[in-house]
Design a binder for this molecule. Structure first.
Ligand SMILES: NC(=O)c1ccc[n+]([C@@H]2O[C@H](COP(=O)([O-])OP(=O)(O)OC[C@H]3O[C@@H](n4cnc5c(N)ncnc54)[C@H](OP(=O)(O)O)[C@@H]3O)[C@@H](O)[C@H]2O)c1
Length: 412
């Protein structure tokens, strides 16, 4: 009889979860963008439901705030209550930082994997409070291990993990539990959605079957089982936890990024050898560089955000001592000029300049970049140091939540 809303339930993990909840007697909401898939899953749910309960079908795009509102309104209108919210819809789009579409892909990923979750949870709290319900977020092992070539996905999932913990702390007093599951590789449509051809996906699955301690990639039902457990009263004392369901991937350090790339992108053994030699070279020179803390930076162009105080100001001073040409960016011109003067008093040879920069405003960031590119043809070191803590609730002029705008988006 419990009412369960599962986003991304038209396929993969979400679809398996909807069917399992139905089999366990729940009233489920099946949702996704593809109407035909939503209907197909809803039919499966009806088939297995012990009490013949029909699933509610809602076609919605979670990246649209209006769709999310409609999703919740329709659920409450239809079932009158909500017990469990499963934030499952998500996708990953492989992309490198130097790709021209990186920033757009980053925003798209955050909108789908993170912002939708934050907003949907926000509008569900009042309903979950009435039922003393719970939330289960579907993250990934990508939140626990870095990898190159898909940083937006990794970042979206690590933020989801922290959102889970914060919500567990905040909503515990309302008797709402919030947990997160970090699946390892699961055989679903996710790699097709990321644009990989089937023969590469098969290689990907073979690779993981050979390196995971449990000797196979997961099935959507493996994750659905964990979701049902966390949603049930068997987990009544569990909140704020990360449940790894990954065939032992993390425990065994089984995800070797380089080997995985080799599988996905067909590199030859010779290329693997070259990569190995390149890494060896980088590590060797990296280590040498690290021990040489007094390395000169003569003429190197350094940009430091939030450089008028604290760590930023000291970094500006230290790098000026090594001969770098330092630009500090900050909002407050008076404070910025004071910092520059202080640094010049401490190091009369400092080559340092203030450029005003308000990281809350994309317009200001663009103006800063334009001004800088008139003065310099390259940047050698960018120190993303500016950050805020405990800002009052609010939005930047460009509509980003203030913390996200300053601490996160600005570094992109
Ligand atoms: N498979 C894995 O190896 C794996 C590993 C770790 C974590 N995960 C996580 O597990 C979750 C489910 O992924 P999956 O593997 O089951 O992938 P999947 O088979 O591709 O299913 C993704 C689901 O999300 C929905 N979706 C995607 N974009 C949407 C949008 N804009 N609005 C509404 N729904 C949207 C899709 O429905 P429509 O296309 O119909 O909209 C589909 O139902 C994701 O959060 C993923 O990051 C998966």
């Amino acid at each position: 009889g419990k009412v369960v809303l599962i986003t991304g339930s038209s396929a993969g993990i979400g679809a398996a979860t909807a069917v399992q909840f139905s089999r366990a007697g729940a009233q489920v909401v099946v949702t996704g963008r593809r109407a035909d898939k939503v209907s197909q899953v809803a039919k499966e749910c009806l088939k297995v439901s012990p009490n013949g309960t029909k699933a509610l079908e809602v076609v919605a795009d979670v990246t649209k705030v209006d769709d999310l509102r409609r999703l919740v309104d329709t659920t409450i209108k239809h079932f009158g209550k909500l017990h469990v919210l499963v934030n499952n819809a998500g996708a990953g789009f492989p992309i490198g930082i130097d790709n021209k579409d990186y920033y757009e892909t980053y925003l798209k990923t955050m909108q789908l994997n993170l912002n939708s979750v934050v907003y949907l949870t926000h509008i569900c709290v009042e309903h979950l409070e009435k039922t003393k319900g719970n939330v289960i977020n579907i993250s990934s092992v990508a939140a626990l291990q870095s990898g190159d070539g898909a940083s937006p996905y990794h970042m979206s999932k690590v933020a989801m993990d922290m959102f889970t913990k914060c919500m567990a702390a905040e909503l515990g007093p309302k008797r709402i539990r919030v947990n997160v599951i970090n699946p390892g590789p699961i055989r679903t449509e996710i790699l097709n959605a990321a644009g990989l051809p089937q023969h590469i996906i098969d290689k990907h699955d073979d690779y993981f079957s050979s390196v995971l301690p449990l000797g196979r990639v997961g099935d959507p039902d493996d994750i659905a089982d964990s979701i049902l457990y966390l949603a049930s009263d068997h987990a009544a004392f569990i909140t704020g936890t990360n449940l790894l369901s990954d065939g032992g991937a993390i425990a065994a350090n089984a995800i070797n990024n380089k080997a995985l790339k080799e599988v996905l992108f067909h590199s030859t053994n010779i290329l693997a050898l070259l990569i190995f030699l390149h890494d060896l070279y980088t590590i060797w020179f990296g280590l040498r560089r690290r021990v040489n803390t007094n390395k000169r930076l003569d003429g190197q162009v350094v940009v430091i955000t939030g450089g008028n105080t604290g760590i930023g100001k000291e970094t500006a001073y230290q790098l000026s001592l090594r001969g770098a040409k330092v630009y500090i960016g900050c909002r407050d011109e008076t404070k910025g000029n004071t910092a520059v003067n202080e640094i010049v008093i401490r190091n009369p040879k400092a080559v340092i300049r203030l450029l005003t920069l308000d990281l809350c405003s994309l317009q200001s960031v663009r103006r800063f970049c334009k001004e800088l590119s008139k003065l310099e043809t390259k940047i050698d070191i960018l120190v993303n140091n500016a950050g805020i803590f405990g800002a009052p609730e609010g939005r930047t002029d460009d509509g980003f939540e203030l913390h996200l705008g300053v601490n996160h988006l600005s570094t992109k």
